[in-house]
Design a protein around this ligand. Structure first.
Ligand code: ADP
Ligand code: MG
Length: 821
């Protein structure tokens, strides 16, 4: 396609633009396609000749382009893409590039061979970056304090204080060109200040300013005292804010950000400037100056932890460059992309974080694999025998998962597998069948559940399935004392009992196994990795099957269970009707109770769940207790019982037993029933204070009903006056979908991975820059590189990988969550 004539374009531009298509084509090639790219060099040379003939002026970029074209056709395929990027970069300084080629060009500006720093240089550089801000010459007190207050006490800490946004100040508009209803930036001179009162009597400050003949009025409501001192008549200031039109057409800005303009301040003007979370607008100029200084004078000494060939292969910026650009992006950067952190500097920073996380997992996985494990007999006959104990036919998905697990178990390497499946998808049966493979081969199996109630339930289910098989099973509970406990422990240590079900009590010192070969950890994310390791230590490298309580999004599974192989049950057993979900305001709870009454009258049962948050355990318990009292009256004559976390284990079990038998019709509970309870006759789930539950929790709770063939309902009662927008979003998601994977993705977006895993304090992120919702593509790239490295050098023993090994150690402690799972 011939480029169209662009009116007024410089000589030769048209001929150069003819290169867009071939470069674009070249950039899309991979592997064999790159081999066949020979000829691009000739194409570029031809276009340059034509451009020169039409009068394109000589320039360094044109010269580089010509040199690049000269050698291109002889380049090995592996180097061709980088060369294409460099050519795009040079072409970009001659003519304006379309967006896609612009992105290519930015990669081309990355230096191809990063500086290799000798090890001793690395230590010095690290020490230098660890310099306290207080020792940075020329760092002013005020901006330093802003950083120190936020825990950023060293140069490196300050450099990692990421902006929340950026403002383009390369071109500042004239006041006359500002449009009402749009955000604007202008440089104006202060004229006069006027104090007024608003209609409600509150003070208001109006500042008249102008650039040349155009007036701009700044308006501040309720100004603090320092505001008045901010303006001196005759001074030049930069203002930014939403432009509005006041009386008589005069342009106004209400509550604008105001900065003083000083001559030659390259940190604050004539460029894209960073905006940080926390500091006020008037504090920003000094903060930016300090940041600019750190970026210019200190960042170049930072150590690049990424292996150089990874950087080159993935076209990642060097760390120093990334730091500089993260704060002060080069002009022309797309600010919307920057705000979404979808720019090259952040791609590099995110990549680095995810690369070291994945490297830790990759090495862990290699390490486990290399040790000898148990090869169980997983022949078709044995598989069929194991399955025959279960009184229903596996769904296709269960069948698949079981086949994957069984074939792992048949191999002599230790298995480390994650079994994911939505609530009620039937993970227990699959785990049981796998455990039976171990038992049939003469080994013991342990199944660890997170709560007593769940352990008891598993024990009851398995006892039923094992009836008549002659296989002995024991329940290892915290409450068993004296003789009973001794008997259980003897059965395990002698090897007589083949299956142990229990809580973390399974890991106690006194519990020993004769021949533990298979471990199931149910509802895994409630246990830390240390606990899992302890149970594993009771056998000699047993095979391990980890089951998650809730589906987790793919990125999270890779990030936190990336050392495990994965199986998925993505299908529910037949005959499950969808659960109807409705949200009620606090005042409409009568309607929810009426719905419950109707179901109870039809012989069904109901759950009513109250939240239990640790800090206010007493208040919440009081809530549940008085709630149970009220419900007894409202739902009479149907029997109501209360179940809560402070009851003793045997009390709890007695309450559950009565509910299971149908004697108790309504179970009022704190979230102890959240995980795994299975009573098919229960068809109503009422959740009080639903606004206080996380999405995964709500999904778990809803999973308690809809287990039989009858239609079930989930009634969410929310106190909207106390709920934020996030809570509303959660409840809407619940009404919209019942797909656990979709809910998990929404949860990840709303809360982030830390809270989803329940391992972090609220609001404390696991990653500094990476976002598992946003950065899936980068995660895949980083994972590929990390696993490639672990494959080539599983101990990171090679000399060229010594820096990576050292870097990994520091990153491992920083990303402590890598160890969960
Ligand atoms: P979860 O995956 O949430 O742990 P469970 O293992 O508790 O699910 O199974 C939920 C319910 O579905 C149980 O009552 C179980 O017996 C039943 N179930 C599991 N698989 C099947 C199947 N293939 N056919 C019929 N019922 C099944
Ligand atoms: Mg379960």
């Amino acid at each position: 396609m011939a480029p169209r004539d662009v009116p007024g374009s410089p000589p030769g531009a048209r001929e150069l633009m003819a290169l867009f298509a071939p470069l674009r084509f070249a950039a899309r090639q991979e592997g064999a396609g790159l081999e066949r790219l020979a000829g691009l060099g000739a194409t570029v040379r031809g276009a340059l000749g034509l451009a020169r003939r039409s009068g394109a002026p000589e320039s360094p970029a044109l010269g580089r382009l010509a040199a690049e074209a000269e050698v291109f056709d002889g380049l090995p395929a592996a180097e061709r893409l980088a060369a294409v990027c460099r050519m795009a970069a040079d072409l970009g300084s001659l003519v304006a590039l379309p967006t896609d080629l612009g992105a290519l060009a930015r990669r081309g500006r990355i230096p191809p061979t990063p500086l290799a720093i000798p090890p001793e240089g690395r230590a010095e550089r690290r020490a230098r970056l660890a310099t306290p801000l207080a020792d940075v010459p020329g760092a002013h007190q005020a901006p330093r304090a802003l950083l120190e207050e936020r825990g950023r006490t060293t140069v490196e800490g300050a450099l990692e204080f990421w902006p929340k946004g950026w403002q383009d100040r390369t071109h500042v508009k004239r006041v006359a060109d500002l449009h009402a209803g749009e955000p604007g930036i202008a440089v104006v001179t202060v004229r006069t200040l006027r104090q007024q009162r608003m209609r409600n009597g509150k003070p208001m400050l109006k500042v008249a300013t102008a650039d040349g003949a155009s007036r701009l009025e700044l308006v501040f409501f309720n100004p603090p005292p320092w505001r008045h001192k901010q303006f001196q008549a005759g001074e030049t200031i930069l203002v930014s804010g939403e432009v509005t039109e006041g009386y008589g057409g005069v342009r106004q800005m209400a509550q604008p950000e105001v900065e003083k303009v000083t001559e030659g301040d390259s940190a604050n003007f004539g460029r894209i400037v960073p905006i940080y979370v926390g500091p006020a607008d008037h504090q920003h100029p000094a903060l930016r100056k300090l940041m600019k200084r750190l970026v210019d004078e200190w960042a170049p000494f930072s150590v690049d932890d990424l292996p150089p060939e990874v950087r080159v292969r993935r076209r990642l910026l060097g760390r120093a460059e990334a730091l500089a650009q993260a704060h002060f992006p080069s002009s022309g950067t797309d600010l919307a992309a920057a705000a979404a952190r979808a720019t090259e500097p952040f791609r590099r920073l995110v990549f680095e974080e995810l690369f070291f996380l994945q490297l830790a997992l990759a090495l862990k996985r290699r390490g486990v694999r290399r040790e000898p494990g148990i090869a169980f007999d997983a022949s078709p006959a044995r598989r069929a025998a194991a399955r025959a104990l279960i009184p229903f036919v596996f769904t296709g998905a269960q069948e698949r998962a079981f086949a994957e697990i069984a074939s792992d178990m048949g191999r002599p390497e230790p298995m480390n597998r994650l079994l994911q499946g939505d609530v009620g998808s039937g993970k227990t049966a699959v785990a049981f069948a796998a455990a039976m493979l171990a038992v049939q081969s003469g080994w013991q199996a342990a199944i660890m559940a997170p709560t007593e109630i769940l352990a008891e339930q598993h024990a009851r289910t398995l006892r039923g399935w094992l009836a008549g098989s002659g296989v002995e099973m024991v329940l290892v509970g915290a409450q068993a004392r004296g003789r009973e406990q001794r008997e259980v422990r003897d059965a395990l240590s002698s090897g007589r009992a083949r299956i142990a079900v229990g809580t973390h009590a399974l890991q106690e010192e006194g519990v020993t196994f004769a021949r533990l070969g298979f471990v199931v950890v149910d509802e895994q994310h409630r246990f830390g990795v240390m606990q899992r390791a302890r149970l594993m230590g009771k056998g000699v490298r047993p095979d391990v099957l980890v089951m998650t309580a809730t589906p987790i999004p793919r990125t999270m599974a890779l990030a936190f269970y990336g050392d495990l192989d994965q199986s998925k049950i993505d299908e529910l057993p037949p005959g499950r009707a969808p659960v109807e979900t409705r949200v009620f305001g606090d005042t409409q709870r009568k309607k929810a109770y009426e719905a419950a009454r109707r179901e109870l009258a039809a012989g069904r049962q109901a759950y009513v769940v109250y939240p239990l948050v640790e800090e206010s355990e007493k208040i919440d318990l009081a809530d549940a207790t008085s709630g149970a009292e009220e419900l007894r009256a409202i739902l009479a004559p149907h029997p109501v019982a209360l179940l809560h976390g402070q009851m003793k284990a045997d009390e709890k079990e007695a309450v559950m037993a009565r509910f299971r038998s149908g004697e108790t019709r309504v179970l009022v509970a704190t979230t102890v029933i959240e995980v795994g309870v299975d009573v098919p006759n229960a068809t109503v789930m009422i959740v009080e204070h639903a606004e206080r539950f996380g999405l995964s929790q709500l999904h778990q709770l809803r999973g308690r009903v809809g287990r039989g063939e009858a239609r079930s309902q989930c009634l969410l009662i929310a106190h909207f006056s106390k709920a934020g927008g996030e809570a509303r979003e959660r409840l809407k998601t619940m009404v919209r979908t019942q797909d656990g994977f979709e809910i998990a993705r929404a949860d990840l977006r709303i809360r982030g991975p830390g809270e989803m895993l329940g391992t972090r304090q609220a609001g404390q992120p696991i990653f500094d820059v990476a976002d598992l919702y946003r950065d899936e593509a980068i995660l895949d790239e980083a994972r590929e590189e990390a696993f490639r490295l672990a494959e080539v050098d599983p101990g990171l023993k090679r000399p060229e990988n010594a820096p990576t090994a050292e870097a990994l150690e520091r990153w491992a402690s920083r990303l402590s969550l890598a160890r969960v799972g």
